[in-house]
Design a binder for this molecule. Structure first.
Ligand code: PLP
Length: 395
């Protein structure tokens, strides 16, 4: 009998991938499934970015690179960050990673161990909790509340910090709630963190360019008072429709750059070389492709919110970031898990139960509107028909 260390039994999962697989299986059986489950743009990677990757291969750029990333890419990230946040950071604090997720993996591994508390948003991206528990640290949920527009409540988060707290994870704009934490709340949070100088912050800003209705993305990088203990997570996946390229970047405090470099040497060695060249083209090339995507998401966001809110027993806070809606389904009499799976199996609509993002997600579904408007309309119609037929009896 093969035995792994116990940590592997504590690893969680990301149900969006299981739903994607099940939706594909149903489609293969001839079922018509509309997929509002997966969190990735439905647009192709812009042509000039693809061309840069192809050119890199044709130019023979297929060998190993520096584990931290090729210098022109790290410089492009530093320049891009300066352009977006007004904060100048040296390129040697930029780390290129194989997908933004790897930054959370590395950062949580760096700070988690038994006896330590790590705070994470609930509902939130499921990998935070999974990785925290993998390390043996205690995963302490920070409730993300609908009545706060799904932003982080600074006072509540600060009240959860104890002497055991070593890392706090923040995510705005957020998955799955699409909440954007307002600047005032971030100001209060940073002010409170000054009382806890040994607490490190991991700020997941992967959806930074996807904000609507005048919502402002405030980068934690713009607070010099915590910059020496901030790990900033970002990447190309969502902004440039590059989820499958596996490319991300992070910014690390100077004291940690050598540690993360060695972590890379010991694991992924370096990031796929042509993808790194494509990453330069994305950051330095025309940005109207991003504006077009954001414009299209914005249009679909309004349609999705309006349609969802008209369903029996459903209400929906207007999402202000990312490409998700997080409707409240408590009025339908269903709980999230059974409703999500009944919608997939019986109504041909793939979406994710709020509980797949933590206990705090009960009573909600995550609907990704990274799909065509026609498909969104079809999906919401099907949900409506299903609820009319099966809703309101408690399950
Ligand atoms: N952080 C959040 C909040 C996400 O939603 C995702 C992807 O869904 C990631 C990080 C991971 O991004 P990547 O695909 O670049 O690893």
């Amino acid at each position: 009998m093969v035995r792994t260390i116990g940590a592997f039994d504590r690893l969680g999962d990301e149900n969006a991938f299981a739903v994607l697989a099940r939706a594909a299986e149903l489609a293969e059986q001839g079922r018509d499934v509309v997929n509002l489950g997966i969190g990735q743009p439905d647009f192709p990677t812009p042509e000039h970015i693809v061309e840069a990757g192809v050119k890199a291969l044709r130019d023979g750029r297929h060998g190993y690179t520096d584990p931290t990333g090729i210098p022109p890419l790290r410089e492009a990230v530093a320049a891009h960050v300066a352009g977006h946040t007004g904060v100048s950071i040296p390129a040697d604090r930029v780390m290129i990673v194989p997908g933004a997720k790897v930054t959370m993996f590395a950062a949580i591994m760096m700070f988690g161990e038994p006896g330590v508390d790590i705070l994470y948003p609930d509902p939130g991206f499921p990998i935070y909790r999974s990785m925290i528990e993998f390390t043996g640290a205690r995963a302490v949920p920070v409730p993300i509340r609908e009545r706060n527009g799904f932003g982080v409540g600074a006072a509540e988060l600060l009240s959860l910090i104890t002497p055991a707290t070593r890392l706090v994870i923040l995510n705005s704009p957020a998955n799955p709630t699409a909440g954007v934490t307002p600047k005032g709340e971030i100001n209060r949070l940073v002010a409170g963190l000054l009382d806890h100088p040994s607490v490190v912050v991991l700020s997941d800003e992967i959806y930074d360019r996807l904000v609507y209705d005048g919502a402002e993305h405030v980068s934690l990088l713009s607070y010099p008072e915590i910059r020496n203990r901030l790990i900033l997570l970002n990447g190309w996946s969502k902004t440039y429709a590059m989820t499958g390229w596996r490319l991300g970047w992070s910014i690390w405090p100077t004291t940690l750059t050598d540690k993360i470099r060695r972590f890379a040497v010991n694991s992924w060695s370096c990031v796929n070389t042509p993808a790194q060249y494509a990453g330069i083209a994305a950051l330095e090339g025309p940005q109207d492709c991003v504006d077009q995507m954001v414009g299209e998401f914005d249009r679909r966001r309004r349609v999705t919110t309006r349609l969802l809110s008209s369903l029996p027993g459903v209400s929906c806070v207007t999402p202000r970031g990312a490409f998700y809606a997080f409707p409240n389904i408590s009025g339908t009499g269903w709980t999230a898990g059974p409703l999500a799976s009944a919608l997939l199996e019986q109504a041909g609509v793939a979406l994710i139960a709020g509980t797949d993002f933590g206990d705090g997600g009960e009573g909600h579904l995550r609907v990704s509107y990274a799909n065509t408007e026609d498909n969104i309309r079809t999906a919401v119609n099907r949900i409506g028909e299903f609820l009319v037929e099966h809703g309101t009896s408690a399950r």
